[in-house]
Design a protein around this ligand. Structure first.
Ligand SMILES: [Zn+2]
Length: 687
């Protein structure tokens, strides 16, 4: 009886308050009195989640303002001390009138009925969440991969991990996800004209804690595995928005109307990498791929561990790579094995090529500092190569506690020293100062490494590479299905890896775009600061309004849910002018992209891109040889480096079909001499 009275009152208020409709946005409601240090981790986790989701959102400290948005998310725990009765009444009115409310840790006896929850039981021994995708709830539309449907929260051999609240849903509510003990982890409750979602965990434990790699043991591989644990929650928040907003619009996570981005990165940290990086750079340029070379600038001898690998030859190779359109980042000065340990000093600024020369005879460095490694490597590369260095990857992916802060102070923008499998996310995130979730967010963006040539149990060679590339392609495809980027790491030290990279690029769909690492970082930064709102007129006429200026080279892209390709979507800039857009289709969405990609800086691509060698049925065809050239010399090497074929003095002025019956069906590296120039390419021999 009492509740019936409350509900009729709520409904009347709701009609009055929401008569003129709710704005198409999410309000993150953080009451001023609750913005304490513990809530900080939850608030920044929601900032990040909503930023990745790309939906329009703003933080509100005032409940009345928050309740003007179509969705309200309250990151604070709904414990008995949480909200006042007046606040609860407002929220009940809001939901009754059509609002969508997302609450974490719903334990407040008065709030439980609103969330359709009968009880919530605490435990620190729940290790898994399984989403009920069979229910086909639209909020779960992104959770469509087996690895996404069951999420590990921690290692079940641990006596306990972080605490969770397992709900018993009421009869009118639905469990969208359950913990491994069968209790509900996410409860959806349609009530009045609106809907609520009760989550049985805190935002910090599924986002921020994973980013700093606190390690409840949820990660199961180091790299080369699809690891969407944190991503699933960010996509779930977008799914809620899509479910409740007709023709929802969000900032897509990839530029230029493509599904997802692939970034090819190389760590040049050995003499053999310097020797063979040109083969990678040329192959990539011939395919229009901008790769990123993280270079170790060890320019003096420090026997026996590492020689002076950064010498005139290395400088020349890096310059050639830049001329081919590739970019350069720092891979530290010394690649020191103890860089990530607490006894590696932070140091101070003011290090130079001349005064900074740490030594590391075995595994303990003397004279090295975090400042020195970052400052000097960057200065050396910028001075020698005349390029801007904005990105860093540490040797051994080591992570000293001071790394984020020193990176910011020494002028870096992008980092790739974490493995996606470790931090349980494939999306970039702004690093925090120090190693606790209370650390301030910095401007330096971590773009985690996803797939690499470091295999778990095998060496990367001619017998293992095909299988490794299949795994890479699988991870890339599953990430792309979420619009998540994939960062490939290859040490460019053996020719078999050129073949591997080619195989991956060959197998990559056209809806995936290869981007330079810095290029993607710049896109993500521009996307982060872009503020927009949108308006739906009639059934399908959308107008997206940008509230800040954007760089056309960023090729910012919006996704519109359910708007047919060719449907009316206008994008206006801050002054109201209509911008030129291109449309593409992806999943059930239309992608609306702005701007144009800049051409590769050096338009003069290497000549061999026109040349082609095909080996099929025991014959080799050459095409695209420049007719005016002097005789050509071709050698084929197998992936063990053995010369298997040599044709000298071929006349390039007549079409050539050469006998290759003795060659097995495998991959070869061809070296072609044309005048006094050598070019390399990989060739597949087919039966
Ligand atoms: Zn390295």
């Amino acid at each position: 009886m009492k509740s019936a009275t409350v509900w009729s009152f709520v409904f009347a208020v709701a009609l009055a308050v929401h008569a003129d409709g709710l704005t198409r946005s999410i309000a993150l409601y953080v009451p001023p009195g609750m913005a304490d240090s513990l809530l900080f981790g939850d608030t920044v986790s929601m900032h990040h989640s909503l930023a990745v989701a790309g939906v329009p959102w703003q933080q509100c400290g005032n409940l009345d303002s928050a309740c003007r948005s179509a969705v309200v998310v309250c990151p604070a725990k709904w414990t008995d001390q949480g909200l006042t009765q007046a606040q609860l009444d407002s929220l009940q009115a809001y939901v009754g009138g059509g609002g969508v409310l997302v609450g974490f840790w719903v334990r407040n006896a008065e709030a439980m009925p609103l969330f359709g929850v009968q009880s919530g039981a605490y435990s620190s021994r729940r290790y898994r969440i399984e989403w009920d995708t069979a229910a086909h709830d639209a909020a779960l539309q992104w959770i469509d991969d087996p690895h996404e449907q069951i999420i590990r929260l921690g290692d079940s051999s641990k006596t306990e991990i972080f605490g969770t609240l397992g709900y018993a849903p009421g009869v009118s509510a639905t469990a969208l996800a359950r913990f491994d003990d069968g209790s509900a982890a996410v409860v959806a409750h349609a009530t009045g004209a609106g809907c609520t979602y009760a989550l049985g965990f805190t935002a910090r434990n599924i986002i921020a804690v994973n980013q700093i790699h606190w390690g409840y043991g949820a990660s199961i591989a180091y790299s080369n595995d699809f690891e969407p644990t944190s991503d699933v929650f960010m996509l779930f928040f977008r799914g809620i928005y899509q479910k409740h907003i007709r023709h929802a619009v969000w900032k897509h996570t990839t530029p230029g109307g493509k599904a997802a981005a692939l970034m090819v990165t190389h760590d040049v940290d050995s003499r053999s990498s310097v020797d063979t990086m040109a083969a990678f750079a040329q192959m990539e340029a011939s395919r229009g791929v901008r790769a990123h070379y993280f270079v170790t600038t060890h320019h003096y001898r420090d026997p026996p561990r590492i020689g002076a690998l950064y010498d005139d030859r290395a400088i020349a190779e890096c310059r050639s790579a830049i001329a081919l359109g590739h970019s350069i980042g720092s891979h530290s000065v010394g690649h020191f094995p103890d860089f990530g340990t607490s006894h590696f000093p932070v140091g101070a600024p003011g290090n130079t090529r001349e005064n900074y020369r740490p030594l590391c005879p075995v595994d303990s460095t003397s004279g090295g500092t975090v400042y020195g490694e970052l400052e000097v490597s960057r200065a050396i590369l910028e001075e020698d190569l005349g390029t801007r260095v904005r990105s860093f990857r540490s040797g051994h992916m080591a992570w000293p506690a001071a790394l984020p802060e020193v990176m910011q102070k020494t002028g870096y923008l992008f980092n790739s020293s974490r493995s996606a499998c470790d931090v349980l996310t494939n999306f970039p995130f702004f690093m925090q100062k120090g190693t606790t979730i209370l650390g301030k967010r910095l401007r330096v963006l971590e773009i985690p490494m996803t797939i690499s040539d470091v295999l778990k149990e095998e060496t990367f060679d001619s017998t293992t590479y095909v299988q490794a590339v299949q795994v890479w392609g699988d991870v890339l495809r599953r990430n792309a299905d979420n619009g998540a980027p994939t960062v490939l790491l290859i040490h460019p030290n053996r020719m078999v890896k050129v073949a591997a990279e080619q195989l991956l690029l060959d197998a990559t769909n056209t809806d995936i775009e290869t981007l330079g690492f810095d290029e993607f970082g710049a896109f993500w930064n521009d996307r982060s600061v872009c503020v927009f709102s949108d308006k739906l007129a009639g059934d399908s006429t959308l107008t997206i309004r940008l509230h800040s200026a954007i760089n056309p080279a960023t090729r910012l892209c919006f996704a519109c849910d359910g708007v047919p390709m060719g449907g009316t979507v206008k994008v206006r800039d801050a002054s109201g002018a209509i911008l030129e857009t291109q449309q593409a289709q992806w999943r059930n969405m239309t992608l609306i992209s702005l701007g144009h990609r800049l051409p590769i800086r050096n338009a003069g691509r290497p000549r061999q891109q026109r040349m082609e060698i095909q080996i099929r049925g025991g014959r080799m065809w050459l095409s695209g040889l420049p007719a005016h050239k002097t005789p050509v010399d071709i050698r084929l090497y197998n992936l063990q480096g053995v010369l298997v074929y040599h044709a000298a003095a071929i006349d390039p002025t007549i079409p050539q079909i050469l006998d290759t019956r003795h060659l097995p069906a495998e991959v070869f590296v061809a070296t072609i001499r044309l005048d006094n120039q050598y070019m390399r390419m990989t060739v597949n021999s087919h039966r």
